[in-house]
Design a protein around this ligand. Structure first.
Ligand SMILES: NC(=O)c1ccc[n+]([C@@H]2O[C@H](COP(=O)([O-])OP(=O)(O)OC[C@H]3O[C@@H](n4cnc5c(N)ncnc54)[C@H](OP(=O)(O)O)[C@@H]3O)[C@@H](O)[C@H]2O)c1
Length: 327
């Protein structure tokens, strides 16, 4: 048996219930993991509200770390007792123990503790594919300017550090002066409080009117148009989230008028569709963390029965860095 957070209907934080579930044995290609910690991510909010649809009842949580307890037939890369971590579909990491597909689960290096592993997998693998593989024509070179929204959040603070390690000038936006300072402290070259100022004008001023090569935008509805205005000709708009609501249909002609722009809407789950790719991306992430180039900040910790407060804090923009559930 395991305690787990489930919803029976889509809704607010109060929809989440702590229930006892039967965990069962892993089938072919599966493992059973006993968690030490689970990561919180904004995608958990989209799944809780039904913005991203899933069948009900739904166990929540996409990120976790713990010990392998049992291994199903055909799983060769994991053994009972291994320390592991993952970012994975299907949801269900807000629990003590679960059975899940083994292909997204990787061994956690000894130098990385469980809480850090649980906090960093979904967010760190996202930064890995954004900065390494989601680049404009001709790629990114040291010295290039990129704009990264929500730079003091879980994904954002990892991006600030990773971009600095790549020699990029990351202009971060954040919702308070304190959050802007945090982004600067962790490697952003410039920071803009987009709640008190016009981020388009400030990006133009910082880049001498040229604009940035890429905008990494997880805010969606509220920032989409402004983000397009921050791009230099042939620039790349990467919309990878909807914290303020999804971007709805828009006139494609706008991309031509603003300088032959590119737009993409990626998701981590395309990038980690195979075990080989997941391992390669995780190795890159682990290297960045164990070398000290990227430090994973866990700024909020909650117990399983405090999960509603954790979601309220995330949605109220009251968090910085990563949040975890300790189990
Ligand atoms: N597509 C993918 O592969 C992928 C993977 C991982 C994450 N994501 C996306 O990346 C984003 C960051 O994820 P995260 O888990 O690290 O969350 P987070 O950045 O820690 O939290 C979201 C932040 O968004 C900002 N925000 C701006 N407008 C908001 C609004 N109306 N409501 C709530 N927040 C608002 C807030 O920061 P400020 O106060 O500084 O504005 C808030 O702290 C999310 O949108 C998530 O869905 C996408």
């Amino acid at each position: 048996m395991s305690r787990a957070i489930q919803i029976l209907a889509f809704g607010g934080p109060e929809a989440m219930q702590l229930v006892d579930v039967d965990v069962g044995q892993p089938g072919p290609g599966e493992v059973r993991i006993r968690h030490h910690a689970a990561g919180l991510n904004f995608i958990d909010v989209y799944q809780r509200t039904g913005l991203y649809p899933n069948a009900l009842p739904l166990s929540l949580g996409m990120e976790g770390a713990g010990l392998v307890e049992a291994v199903g037939e055909g799983v060769e890369h994991l053994s009972v007792g291994d320390r592991v971590a993952y970012a994975s579909q299907p949801p269900g990491s807000y629990c003590e123990a679960r059975v899940m597909p083994a292909k997204c689960v990787v061994q956690l290096p000894d130098a990385i503790d469980f809480e850090t592993g649980a906090a960093m997998m979904l967010k760190g693998l996202t930064v890995q594919y954004l900065l390494r593989s989601t680049q404009p024509q001709g790629g990114l070179q040291p010295g290039d300017f990129v704009l990264f929204h929500a730079a003091a959040g879980g994904v954002g603070l990892i991006a600030c550090q990773w971009a600095k390690a790549m020699g990029l000038n990351l202009i971060g936006t954040a919702g308070s002066d304190e959050k802007c300072q945090l982004a600067l402290d962790l490697g952003a070259s410039h920071a803009i409080n987009y709640r008190s100022g016009n981020f388009v004008e400030q990006v133009k001023a910082i880049t001498g009117g040229r604009g940035v090569k890429v905008v990494y935008d997880s805010i969606g509805k509220d920032t989409f148009e402004g983000s397009l205005d921050c791009l230099s000709p042939f620039g790349l708009m990467v919309n990878f989230g909807n914290a303020s609501g999804p971007v709805t249909a828009f006139n494609l002609g706008v991309l031509g008028a603003k300088g032959s722009l590119y737009v993409t809407r990626p998701t981590l789950f395309t990038h980690i569709a195979t075990r080989e790719r997941t391992q390669a991306m995780a190795d890159d992430l682990f290297g960045m963390v164990t070398s000290g180039a990227v430090r994973i900040r866990i700024d909020q910790r909650y117990s399983l029965d405090q999960v509603a407060q954790a979601h309220r804090d995330l949605e109220a923009r009251a968090t910085t860095g990563c949040s975890i559930l300790t189990i």
